[in-house]
Design a protein around this ligand. Structure first.
Ligand SMILES: Cc1ncc(CN)c(N)n1
Length: 221
């Protein structure tokens, strides 16, 4: 079993609450309120900026070139792949970069991003990558699940572009690299005594992901 599968298996209720959230289901069947999706898009832009900072922290915390290259690839995945799609999606949904950058940061965005940064500052590289993993790998699983449930992407679904991005090969490969990186770090520094502490970090990050969806549904700040 991979380290990521072990962490998921240790926190099943939180994982289900995140990946099976109403926001996700409603994107899948196209019934999600468009205002909720717009609110989410704005906050996700702010979120991704802080996540790029967290990967920069992972470069700083690297013990060797392999660690630093894996973290640098994470920065590039956010800035060059995900952000590109994000800005395109925002444009299609009528959101200008000026409007997004002027938006206030929601409490759920602050809570999640600062939790990950704090975990990385206090802990070591494995702690930080465990805190990052529900984000990077979770969206790949959600994207695939939405495609599989519907038996393909329905082009009439207003959220088809989002679903295709996260189920697409480029994002799936980013998630696969994150799974492999977790296993590489775990081989060096995961002991059985340490595993429960990592499961707590994973659970906290996963619950903050569910809160992020809820913030979108509620259009909360
Ligand atoms: C809140 C959140 N979580 C995860 C992802 C996917 N990297 C994202 N864009 N936004």
């Amino acid at each position: 079993m991979t380290t990521f599968e072990r962490l998921k298996a240790a926190t099943p209720a939180s994982w289900r609450a995140y990946t099976d959230h109403d926001f996700v289901r409603q994107m899948g069947d196209g019934s999600l309120s468009q205002d909720a999706f717009r609110h989410y898009l704005v906050q996700d832009y702010l979120f991704l900026i802080h996540f790029a900072r967290a990967y920069a922290l992972a470069v700083y915390k690297g013990r060797n070139l392999a660690d630093m290259r894996a973290a640098a690839a994470g920065i590039s995945a956010i800035l060059d792949v995900e952000m590109k799609l994000h800005l395109k999606l925002c444009g299609e949904w009528g959101l200008s970069p000026e409007e997004i950058e002027a938006a206030p940061e929601a409490r759920a965005t602050m809570a999640y991003t600062r939790f990950v940064l704090d975990t990385g500052l206090r802990g070591d590289l494995l702690d930080l990558h465990v805190a990052l993993s529900p984000c990077i790998i979770g969206y790949a699983e959600i994207g695939m699940a939405l495609v599989n449930v519907a038996g393909g992407v329905d082009e009439k679904n207003p959220y088809a572009v989002w679903i295709k991005e996260y189920s697409g090969t480029e994002y799936q490969e980013i998630a696969e690299a994150a799974r492999a990186n977790l296993d590489r770090l775990a081989a060096d520094s995961l002991t059985e005594a340490r595993f429960p502490k990592l499961a707590v970090i994973f659970d906290q990050a996963t619950r903050l992901e569910a809160d992020f969806w809820q913030m979108g549904l509620d259009r909360a700040l």
